[in-house]
Write a protein that binds this ligand. Structure first.
Ligand code: HEC
Length: 194
């Protein structure tokens, strides 16, 4: 046997071994190069973990702790929570044109489609009859929770953004606390419309 033959037989044998070994299990990726790149050494949140008594990686935070950057909202989604938020909460941001311009921007994106850019309750979705019962922020429109829309306090508006109300969904996940207060500031300008 000459050298070339030995090399080519070895080559075919190896190729066959590699190809057949990858046929055994359809789910298997076969031989992986540097598998550490696919299988991280760290534990994934949704996978088992022998280091904890309950065997899972994702642990419940210890009692009385808050995630970093998390802003609590302690008013319940009830009539009492709404009244308490309305009486106690104050807009922490200064009333200035910078905040109003920013508030208008978020209002136009998240509220205008129903409430209308002018706050008259005649937004696009109301006009095409996707939504109804959207009150105007001004004039003699009344809130379904009592009182006049033009008199809603900052806290009541903030509370409504947090939880929504009937046909209106919560907007807490779309807006950060800072952005919510800017929107509240802008809505309070619209309430002054004559
Ligand atoms: C999908 C349409 C829709 C969107 C979007 C929407 N709203 Fe509403 N909103 C409504 C409807 C409908 C009501 C009346 C609910 C009721 O009284 O049953 C309402 C009521 C309100 C009220 C009155 C609450 C009260 O106590 O009577 C406020 C304040 C308000 N919305 C603010 C906002 C703000 C701020 C945004 C944007 C972050 C927004 N809404 C986005 C439909 C919407």
């Amino acid at each position: 046997m000459n050298k070339t033959r030995i090399v080519s037989i070895a080559f075919f044998a190896l190729t066959a071994a590699v190809s057949f070994s990858s046929c055994r299990n359809k789910q298997s990726p076969g031989w992986e190069y540097a598998p550490n790149m696919y299988e991280p050494m760290s534990f994934r949140a949704d996978q088992p973990n022998p280091n904890f008594a309950n065997g899972s990686t994702a642990q419940t935070p210890p009692p009385n702790t808050d995630p970093i950057g998390f802003v609590k909202y302690e008013y319940a989604n009830t009539k009492e929570g709404y009244e308490a938020a309305g009486a106690e909460l104050v807009n922490p941001l200064p009333l200035n044109s910078e905040n109003l311009i920013s508030g208008k921007k978020y209002y136009t994106v998240y509220c205008g489609p129903c409430h209308g850019d002018a706050g008259d309750g005649k937004g696009h979705l109301v006009q095409i009859e996707k939504y109804s019962g959207v009150p105007s922020y001004y004039g003699d429109a009344a809130s379904s929770r009592g009182g006049m829309m033009k008199d809603l306090s900052a806290g009541k508006i903030y509370h409504t953004i947090m939880y929504g109300l009937n046909n209106m969904g919560s907007h807490a996940s779309q807006l950060t606390p800072d952005e919510r207060w800017k929107v509240v500031m802008y809505v309070q300008q619209l309430q002054k419309t004559q």
